[in-house]
Design a protein around this ligand. Structure first.
Ligand code: G
Ligand code: G
Ligand code: MN
Ligand code: NA
Length: 258
């Protein structure tokens, strides 16, 4: 409860900000898109990670105030980057299950895009597999609306919710993200973790079959990268390439490619 009250105060004080993690072409390292991740700069406690406050924000409903602020900040940043000459790099924003369940979530998202003057093709919405599959008919309706307006949609934490492939087939999404727990276990020797390697190969095969981009998360070393590319996953994010960076540092990071 204490943390909940201080989150509401923090929102008013502007203590939430975004960092951005590059998603790269695994072979060349070239940045293809970015994922926005929220951070809380607490005046006394310093940086508080979303792993600590997002679950609570979901529980209390505070996420319904924080979520729109995150999307708004990301949209403003897209505009600023464009003004600095950075174009063609979409930014993915995480949408929590509770936000996604709002009946008017499509309108809410579109309002923020219109208010900030951002092109829908520059924005991607990430929803977790478990949120997407919880109420499949609603999900199909919302994702179809977003897709029709030109937004990209990806399924986050894929492989953790055991959803039916038949469901995924019905969703007009652009990408699935391999959960980093599967990638993490490939640490040293993929042969030592045959189950994780098999799950990763299955997700990659599924992406190919359904025509979806497959994005690997948590790529920390070249063993993981090489396993992924050898099996047909060409996009990833992780500490091997870059940690999530503040907006200014992103411009520097991308400086080399322009
Ligand atoms: O950035 P980090 O790896 O610490 O994030 C921890 C968790 O918080 C991840 O599961 C991530 O998806 C989630 N998260 C980070 N930023 C956001 C956000 O802006 N909105 C939502 N809903 N979740 C986020
Ligand atoms: O759940 P979601 O995919 O939205 O969150 C991604 C989280 O993973 C972020 O908190 C981000 O900081 C973290 N992350 C990103 N790259 C790596 C990595 O290479 N290794 C680990 N352990 N965590 C990572
Ligand atoms: Mn994510
Ligand atoms: Na994820």
């Amino acid at each position: 409860l204490e943390l909940d009250q201080s989150m509401r105060r923090a929102l008013e004080q502007g203590e939430f900000f975004l960092v951005y993690q590059p998603r790269v072409d695994l072979a060349s390292g070239r940045t293809l898109s970015l994922e926005a991740l929220v951070r809380w700069r607490h005046p006394e406690q310093g940086l508080i990670s979303p792993g600590r406050f997002i679950p609570l924000a979901e529980e209390t409903g505070f996420i319904l105030s924080l979520g729109p602020e995150v999307l708004r900040q990301a949209c403003r940043q897209i505009r600023q980057w464009k003004a600095s000459g950075l174009e063609g790099i979409p930014v993915a924003v995480n949408l929590s299950a509770r936000e996604f369940r709002q009946p008017d979530i499509f309108q809410r998202i579109m309002e923020i895009l219109e208010e900030t003057g951002v092109t829908p093709a520059d924005v991607e919405i990430e929803i977790t597999e478990s949120a997407a599959m919880a109420c499949i008919e609603d999900t199909i309706r919302i994702i179809t609306q977003l897709n029709d307006r030109g937004l990209r949609i990806s399924i986050d934490d894929f492989g953790t919710a055991y959803s039916s492939l038949n469901y995924l087939k019905r969703l007009p999404v652009h990408a699935v993200k391999i959960d980093q727990s599967f990638v993490a276990d490939l640490q040293e020797d993929p042969a030592a973790h045959p189950e994780d390697a098999a799950i990763i190969r299955a997700i990659i095969g599924l992406g190919e079959t359904l025509g979806l981009q497959v994005i690997a998360e948590g790529v920390e070393n070249t063993v993981q990268r090489d396993f992924l590319t050898a099996h047909g996953c060409y996009t990833g994010q992780g500490f091997l390439f870059s940690r999530p960076l503040e907006a200014g540092a992103i411009l520097e990071y991308l400086g080399g490619r322009r």
